[in-house]
Design a binder for this molecule. Structure first.
Ligand code: ZN
Length: 192
């Protein structure tokens, strides 16, 4: 049986390792790395800044429409701060037929002082979004099946463009109004 060495860290081996010198890098490595760094720097200068801006503002299509991608995280956080996230979930899952969607939109528009709106319900909207609002013609476009939440979201845009604090506050007021049951009464009256 071989004798175990006193010291498991063999000094001789240790010094041998220190004497090891890596081979020279190939001549093409430095220019290649510089090239990659340059391309990365150019890409980073443009793309991420644009993404940051895009995430916090309503995208506007070439035709001037405010397009709603529904920014679920941003809106959801704002509703949670106001203890309205459960209402938001409920309304996001509640579907409406075309006539009810229009009635709800008109009731909300009237109640919150934004004036009448035109409502158009379609099977498909440009960009695959759930809704959009054209401020020039005060037209709300909704995609079937329409959820209550999409109606609230788009009517809130008649009061506040973009998804800033004004928009969130309007949306919260509309949600509370719907929660209070007063909206149903107003719609029933409008239907008579
Ligand atoms: Zn929106």
């Amino acid at each position: 049986m071989a004798e175990l060495p006193d010291d498991p860290y063999n000094d001789e081996l240790y010094f041998e390792e220190l004497e090891y010198e890596p081979p020279e890098p190939p001549a093409w490595r430095r220019p290649l790395l510089l090239g990659i760094a340059l391309v990365t720097a150019v890409a980073m200068a443009g793309v991420p800044v644009y993404n940051l801006i895009a995430a916090t503002r309503t995208p506007v299509a070439a035709n001037g429409l405010a397009v709603c991608t529904h920014d679920y995280c941003i809106v959801h956080d704002a509703m949670r701060e106001r203890d309205l996230d459960l209402s938001m979930s409920r309304y996001a899952n509640q579907r409406l037929d075309d006539a009810s969607a229009e009635r709800l939109a008109q009731s909300l528009a009237e109640q919150f002082g934004t004036g009448p709106v035109s409502v158009v319900v379609l099977d498909q909207l440009q960009g695959g979004v759930e809704g959009s609002f054209n401020p020039a013609t005060r037209t709300i476009f909704l995609r079937r099946p329409v959820s209550v939440w999409t109606v609230l979201h788009e009517v809130a845009h008649t009061e506040a463009p973009g998804h800033g604090e004004d928009f969130m506050e309007t949306l919260a007021e509309m949600t509370r109004w719907l929660d209070s049951g007063l909206a149903e009464a107003a719609m029933a009256q409008a239907a008579i």
